[in-house]
Design a protein around this ligand. Structure first.
Ligand SMILES: [Zn+2]
Length: 187
């Protein structure tokens, strides 16, 4: 009888014990769940798809703080810098800015925000590349928000006119190779 009582007592106390435990501040788990990462490279291309051949929409300066949105199983991290979303290889991200070992200018970084420093340079306009390769096929237009799965036949497409991000221009073949498909409205 005593044993049963003890068991009952344990069973009813356990949920409370769990709640108390979960509310105890734990610095290790807080650090692990931090949504921020730092670029451990002199500079890093932000790509529109998790693919090394995908187009870069911007270049992130070394030691910049970025927001981690998710990770793919094959080593890509989806991140957001300013308002731009894109993908980088996860091995170029570290959890703390002090862990950045790449060659960066710490004087500039510390003067411009230290651990909150973040600098993004839009990639050079792809227009020139397309003009230099006229045989590559028809031009397509892509909203550079880092999330889109479609390309458009014209920058005048209604869906494209709503895009508040940089417009990316590339050949249809390049767009298809990046895993994008034609827009339902304009194709
Ligand atoms: Zn369209």
């Amino acid at each position: 009888m005593q044993k049963l009582f003890l068991l009952l007592c344990l069973t009813c106390c356990l949920p409370f014990w769990n709640v108390t435990h979960a509310q105890t501040p734990d610095s290790t788990s807080i650090q692990r769940s931090s949504p921020y990462r730092y670029v451990n490279a002199t500079s890093l291309k932000l790509r529109i798809q998790p693919d090394a051949t995908a187009m870069a929409s911007a270049v992130i300066a070394g030691a910049s703080r970025v927001q981690l949105l998710g990770e793919t199983e094959d080593g890509w991290s989806q991140i957001q810098v300013s308002a731009v979303v894109g993908y980088v290889r996860s091995e170029y991200l570290v959890e703390e800015q002090q862990q950045v070992s790449a060659d960066v200018n710490w004087e500039i970084i510390n003067a411009a925000g230290g651990a909150t420093y973040s600098r993004l340079v839009p990639a050079a306009s792809p227009h020139r590349k397309v003009v230099a390769k006229p045989a590559a096929g028809p031009k397509v237009y892509i909203c550079g928000n880092g999330r889109t799965e479609v390309y458009h036949s014209s920058s005048d497409c209604a869906a494209m006119r709503r895009c508040t991000y940089q417009t990316l221009v590339m050949s249809q073949r390049e767009a298809q190779a990046s895993g994008l498909r034609g827009c339902m409205k304009c194709y």
